[in-house]
Ligand binder design. Sequence first.
Ligand code: ADP
Ligand code: ASP
Ligand code: MG
Length: 462
Amino acid sequence: MKFGGTSVADAPCIARVVDILEQHHKQGDELAVVVSAQRGVTDQLIEIATKLPESKDASAIEPLIQSLRTRHMTTLKGAAPDYINEVGPIIEERLRDLHNILHAVHNLRELTPRSKDYILSYGERLLAPIIGAALEERGIPSVVLDGCEAGIVTTPQHGESTALPDCDERVRRRLGAVLKNSVPVIMGFMGCTTTGIVTTLGRSGSDYSASIIGAGIDANEIWIWTDVDGIMTSDPRVINDARVMPELSYLEVMELSFFGAKVMHPRSIEPAMRKNILVRVKNTFNPSHPGTTIVRNQKRDDRVVKALTYIERVASVNINGAQMIGRPGVARAIFSALADREVNVMMISQGSSEANISLIIDESHLPVATEALAPLVKQGIVREVIENRNVAAVAVIGSGMVGAPGTGGRIFTALGREGINVMMISQGSCEANISFVVRQEDGPRAVRVLHDEFRLSEASDE
Ligand code: ADP
Ligand code: ASP
Ligand code: MG
């Protein structure tokens, strides 16, 4: 079971978490728990770490440490009052380490990807001992482990690392015996390389940690506890009548999370899918709601379109040039230039005349992408590269679209009727996803129009 940032935001929230765990423990379930940082803490750490190399003094460090101290000590007092003397010094020591590392970053005027990952792992490091103590306080024996101790070894790709195949074996070795007589509380989001350097799995990475752990221990089920009733037809912050979907396939959730649904980390389905483990998404604040069940093959569903996602912070890159026509290797040159600089391409479309290739990338990667592509213009491989930041991507998702004619027609007719101009379209060959790009200001309206067109707020006979 994984609990997200809002679920552990303060002592009353943690009491709910412990209620849930206690209930399952009493039923005789063997449990492994993965926790993320308290809501907002990872953002605070990112903010200070990225600003320190440029700041003229280190005066921002002390107030941050003080606010983390107040928050975590208050949480500890509320959640595990009998453990203040035991866990208080652990929190103090971690705050001292964090303080020292932040000063080092300021003195060196340098934040390497490696030090950034180490700093970001402190949100989870500060919280996990509190959850462990809160369980002990209820008489449930627990063992607190960092990601590395739990067996999560990763690629050295800092900030976005991926679990290595031998995680299964390591996790089983580390947790197998522990599970029999206690509840391991594992710090999510972090792992380490094979040489022990701390890595992070990308934002929202504790979902991924939970799936890696679940696959490693051959769990019967993986439960992701969050602050909404389940995975919804669209982001509830954009669509106020978005509806919780009772059941989705692994493929659908992968498509949803790849295309920006903030509810789950994009790689978190893969370990569960490999072991065919059922995943549930449930609400810590409404535990009796059945939530969303994620399985390999869902029951038959007549709905063609099931969900919509909207990604705001993207940029389009249009690469033009008649030179590209009939010339092998142009695509290779473009994609290897981008891959060399670790620019992640979310969508690709190429006109049949081959004189144009359009890409959608994360907006934050745009400066690096521009640099990476400039030599291709100089070498005459392409004529020009035109960028546009004022775009948003929308993805229409549903495995029922496979082999169902007319869905594309319905999508683009509805958008046309509302005067929304579509700038680029892409459909993967798995057909579970049709995505398109519009002007940024049209994004939310495009989602609204399609949510209505496919009547997603109305329950079907699922
Ligand atoms: P946690 O801290 O539990 O990991 P997150 O904030 O990472 O929670 O993810 C849950 C949030 O994701 C919800 O509060 C909701 O606002 C947002 N969200 C975006 N798209 C969806 C969606 N399709 N279904 C459900 N929630 C979504
Ligand atoms: N604490 C990390 C983050 O904010 C991981 C997570 O919440 O899943 O991204
Ligand atoms: Mg999350």
